[in-house]
Structures are given as C-alpha cells and as structure tokens.
Design a protein around this ligand. Structure first.
Ligand SMILES: NC(=O)c1ccc[n+]([C@@H]2O[C@H](COP(=O)([O-])OP(=O)(O)OC[C@H]3O[C@@H](n4cnc5c(N)ncnc54)[C@H](OP(=O)(O)O)[C@@H]3O)[C@@H](O)[C@H]2O)c1
Length: 251
C-alpha cells in the first residue's frame, strides 16, 4: 500500500515510517520540511495523490489554546478534503486517552475537536487514542517544579514507550478502517508523582516530589483514572522502569 504519514518526520511519525517500510509498504513522510503544510494546505493534494491510507501524527508548534485548536481543526479539515478529492480509503489519527475527560485543558479540547472533524467527515477512519509517552514524563514532571520541590498530582498515568506507540499504531494503519476509536497504553498504571520520583532517583536529582491531588496537568486538575485506558486497550510491552534504564542516560 502507499501510505502517507503527515508528521512523518516527528518522533512517532519517523518510527511509523520505519515500521511500514520494513513491512514492504510505500511509506512517505510529509511535513513542512518536505514542502507539505497541512494548516495552509500547501502541497497536501500532491502529497496525498495515489495514497491508500493517510496517517496524521502532526503536532502543533504552539500549545496556546487558540493556536492549538486552529492547528488541529484546520489541519485535519485540509487533510480530509484532499482525501475525499483523491479517494483515499482510510484516515488514521493519533489522539490522547481521556481527552474528553479533561474539558479544562485547551490542548485536550483541541484534540477532541480534531477527532470530531474526523468523525463528522464521512470518510473511513480509525482514531487511535494513546496514553502519555514515556518520553514526555520528564517534561510533564518539570511543569510542577517550584524551586527544590516538584508538586504533582497522584492521578494514574499509564506511560507507553514511543516504540510501542509506533508498533500498535502501525497495526491500526495496515488494518481496515475501524470507523471507531481504539485505545493503546503502556503495560502498567502508575501515579504521576511516583513516576516523577522514579525519574528523579534515576537522574540522581535531589529535588522532592510533593503529592498534591489538586496540582494541574495541562492546566487542569485531573481525575484519578481519567488518563488511563479502558479494559479493551491494546497494551505496549515496555515497563516504565525498563524504559528509564534502557533509554535514558541519567542527567
Ligand atoms: N505526547 C504524548 O504523550 C501524546 C500522547 C498521545 C498522543 N499524542 C499525539 O501524538 C501526535 C504526534 O506526537 P509527536 O510527539 O510524534 O510529535 P512531534 O515529534 O512534535 O512531530 C510533529 C510532526 O508534525 C509536523 N508538523 C508540524 N506542523 C505541521 C504542519 N503545519 N503541516 C504538516 N506537518 C506539520 C512536524 O514537522 P516538522 O518537524 O517539519 O516541523 C513533525 O513531523 C500528536 O498529535 C500528539 O497530540 C501525544
């Protein structure tokens, strides 16, 4: 199959391109670097010509509420219009587990708006909602830093390694359209404060993690299980401790 990966130069996109190529597909990465801008529409129709499947793993350069909503809604609309014109048979988009559970977060609201553009388009689709990537736990924790302490919620996260995201996303890309939302996640649910303590211990970082159930994530208080997937989720294999030990040199 010819599969165009919009955002195919990014962290998940580049791994998906490698997986699809290894399986013998014609996988094409498209992004502003390759002359394709899904927000302005530049190069989109040309890039999608002859594609069987289009994968959207783009991300907004700005997370400002207005900007991120504009990015995901406009980008997705442009993609789907080009897919309709070109007869593309499957649109796959990567979204976030629990996005609809956190209405105070502008970024997550924008991801829900992106999903709605897909669902309302009438085009064949699969929405793959993932939990937070292991690769982002450090920066999520840093958002709670206040001097020598890091204040974080003890809501459960279920971090998944980017390699597992790409592997499970690849399965959805080569399958027929689900015309539904499927969930993927890491193998174990661990409270965010505990994930941060493990990361700090790995780094030899002397700061203290203070547990605060009211501490915000993406600007909003998060429900205890709002960001963990349902029982039907497909799970990755890499445990957070193994990911830390094998992928992250201590700071
Ligand atoms: N972080 C998490 O824990 C998490 C969890 C679940 C789902 N997700 C979702 O996963 C997706 C991919 O994340 P990622 O970390 O792989 O992203 P990333 O590494 O930041 O890559 C983003 C990609 O989007 C491209 N891009 C940016 N603006 C574009 C535009 N106007 N037109 C076309 N392409 C554009 C970038 O191209 P350039 O490099 O050329 O700028 C890059 O290839 C996002 O949609 C995110 O919401 C993230």
């Amino acid at each position: 199959m010819k599969i165009v990966v919009l955002g195919g130069t990014g962290m998940i996109g580049s791994k998906v391109i490698a997986n699809l190529t290894e399986r013998g597909h014609e996988a094409v990465a498209a992004s502003p670097d390759t002359g394709v801008n899904t927000v302005t529409g530049e190069g989109v129709a040309d890039a999608l010509r002859g594609a069987d499947v289009v994968v959207d793993v783009t991300n907004s350069p700005s997370w400002d509420e207005q900007a991120v909503r504009h990015f995901f809604v406009t980008s997705t609309g442009n993609q789907l219009a080009a897919e309709e014109a070109g007869g593309v048979g499957h649109h796959v988009v990567l979204s976030i587990v629990g996005a609809d559970q956190e209405p105070e977060s502008g970024y997550l609201r924008a991801k829900v708006a992106q999903e709605n553009v897909v669902k309302e388009s009438g085009r064949p689709y699969t929405i793959v909602r993932s939990t937070q990537f292991c690769e982002f736990v450090r920066s999520i924790a840093e958002a709670g830093a206040e001097g020598d302490i890091i204040r974080l919620t003890n809501a459960y996260f279920q971090p998944i390694a980017a390699d597992d995201v790409a592997r499970l996303l690849t399965e959805a890309i080569v399958a027929p359209p689900a015309n539904a939302t499927i969930e993927i996640g890491g193998p174990e649910a661990i409270p965010l404060d505990e994930l941060a303590r493990r990361t700090l211990a790995h780094d030899g970082d002397p700061r203290t993690v203070v547990t605060d159930p009211e501490a915000p994530y993406f600007g909003a208080k998060v429900g205890e299980r709002a960001l963990t997937p349902g029982a039907d989720a497909r799970l990755g294999e890499v445990r957070f401790d193994d990911w830390l030990a094998n992928n992250v040199p201590p700071k």
